[in-house]
Design a protein around this ligand. Sequence first.
Ligand code: SF4
Length: 442
Amino acid sequence: MALSGIQIYKLLPQTNCKDCGFPTCLAFAMKLAAKQAELSACPHVSDEAQTQLAASARPPVRLVTLKANGNEVKAGNETVLFRHEKTFYHKPGLFARVRDDASDIGTTIAAADAYAVNYVGMDLTLDGFAVESTVDAAAFEAAIGAVRSASQRPLILISRDPAVMEAGLKALDGEAPLIYGADADNWQAMAGLAKQYGAALAVIADSLDGLAELAEQIAKTGVENLVLHPATESLSKGLALCTQIRRLALKKNFQPLGYPILAFPGHEDAGIESVRATQAITKYAGFIVLDHYAPEYVYPLLVLRENIYTDPQKPIQVQPGVYEINDPKPESPVMVTTNFSITYFSVANEVEGSGLPAWLLVTDAEGMSVLTAWAAGKFDAERIAKSVKQFELPDKVSKKVIVLPGHVAVLSGELEEELPDWEVRVGPREAVDIPSFMKQAL
Ligand code: SF4
């Protein structure tokens, strides 16, 4: 039975030594109770307390980390079935697959490695590469070398042959890749390799029973970092299996299925692959291997993933302040918006796209969009006037024209009172209409 934070605290040394990275034993206990910390982070727990705490402290979905050359991809430690219940913590790693019989692996991987798209201020990229053996050990090793010369991101190695896999692992010095994988026939040899080389191990079966049985057997050999691959081509069966795995891990604390999920959405039809990858992102993959990874396929998946894994309690924000767009002059107008990231980028892009210079005043609305912030009392005339003074706009501008978002036209009277020497204008409701407004009305 899961222990409460206070029950866990009573079993901890209560010295507040901070060695676990938390300021107090109580803070650590609360994190353990929320399944967001590992008991092993405290080096001072007595053996007796450890036994009592171990079952309670194990996260329902184990955190598995792939590492390479300072780069990491983490999956697991999730605590809820639905994002709106709290949040999802570790977005699934997106890996691009290359086979060892492919020509010009280095060029392909270098292009995929370099791909980055800026989305609301964040650079989104692929997370790693999966190298699949289709020839022999020598070809596998050569392919891994070619990938490594083009990218330093974490790897997934794919071969069911332990001898081939060992050749691949030897080519990676000091890394923690994921090896794929262990099935009913080869699991002992694969578990041995995972242990010897410090790799995470994918467990392959086409049923819940098969996965649980195999994972349990492998865990008994001391391999802790497992990843589950429910092997099916069917979208509906895949959805059912992944949902059941997550549900059993979270609701029943069923440890044999308490691991991240690996998905292979690959399909010769890139459209179908996109649908399968979309399902994997939303339900409930931790690592996803793509066969189509040209920018037009990867971009929507990266954005979807970002949206699903954004903490709904903490909107993405930009720094409040005055942003200079198109080299504004003292006579340029001041456009006002909030510091919700998507709002800011929508407005900033449109102002920039107009080609006209402007000062963009971003007020601190606790990361909410214009209407939400206004309704919550976080975006009003007083706050806007305060920002005008705080960011020293009167020293920057001479014409003193300030433009409110159209959705909060109701604030114009109050803002005139707050800023008596400014001309208050009401802009359009939608960002897309900003360029024509600026050209015609300013
Ligand atoms: S390391 Fe252990 S004893 Fe020290 S503060 Fe953390 S929980 Fe308490």
